[in-house]
Design a protein around this ligand. Structure first.
Ligand code: SF4
Ligand code: FES
Length: 237
């Protein structure tokens, strides 16, 4: 093993200085499930779907720096069981009706559930009462599907320099907010060209007048499972 390698499920993974475990693994063609990571945005480490066992301890691979000689376990029954439980919690905390969702087939939550062989939500549904904001001329904001990954928050703040979105509250009360006086997207300066308009991994930020432009069955994750089609690159819509 060279000076800049770690072991991932027995494979030797080379890494560059400053890379995280997830970045190095993806660059080497190894898929680690993840939801709140985007290669162009600062990692947030909130969803915990990318958790791996590092020298015996569970860590978020998107925020843990790669270290020479570390032993990382990802593709184990125990780690996948924990990831599946996290994804199941995400499903019951919001209102996700995959068969009628416009993002079916290109939703990372749905694709990750398939990847982890989730066959039921396991936990009781919360059925939260959440709004739909249709005030923007070009986008629909459906809070029912938001998984609080903060990708839109980071993209709007760090790339678009607008801070259209924010997370408010704590714990189970955490919610996505729009930073306009009315709290409505239509009263913000959110635009179709924003990075924040491209990064939502689910169907919470939806472009209007493009519904079902690609038939279900021919979409990104219909064609290939997420472990084959997602190497951490830009979202494919
Ligand atoms: Fe993440 Fe989408 Fe919710 Fe923004 S709207 S926090 S990108 S799920
Ligand atoms: Fe690492 Fe969400 S992808 S914590």
């Amino acid at each position: 093993m060279s000076d800049s390698c770690f072991s991932l499920d027995g494979a030797s993974i080379a890494f560059a200085a400053g890379q995280t475990i997830l970045q190095a693994a993806m660059d080497a063609g190894h898929y680690i499930p993840h939801l709140c990571f985007h290669p162009e945005l600062k990692p947030h480490g909130s969803c915990k779907v990318c958790s791996v066992r590092v020298d015996g301890n569970m860590m978020a691979s998107c925020t843990t720096p790669a270290r020479q000689g570390m032993k990382v376990e990802s593709a184990t029954t125990e780690v996948d069981d924990q990831r599946r439980a996290v994804v199941q919690m995400l499903f019951v905390e919001g209102n996700h009706f995959c068969p009628s969702c416009e993002q079916s087939g290109r939703c990372k939550l749905q694709a990750t559930a398939y990847e982890l062989q989730m066959t039921s939500p396991h936990f009781d549904h919360f059925f939260p009462d959440r709004a739909v904001d249709a005030s923007h001329p070009d986008f629909l904001l459906d809070f029912n599907r938001c998984i609080l990954c903060s990708l839109c928050v980071r993209a709007s703040r760090d790339v678009d320099q607008k801070a259209v979105f924010g997370l408010a509250g704590r714990g189970i009360g955490t919610r996505l907010i729009v930073n306009s006086e009315s709290g409505r997207l239509g009263d913000s300066d959110f635009a179709a060209t924003d990075k924040a308009a491209q990064v939502c991994p689910v169907g919470a930020i939806l472009r209007k007048r493009q519904g079902f432009n690609v038939p279900i069955g021919q979409r990104t994750y219909d064609v290939a499972p997420i472990r084959e089609s997602d190497r951490g690159g830009p979202e494919k819509r």
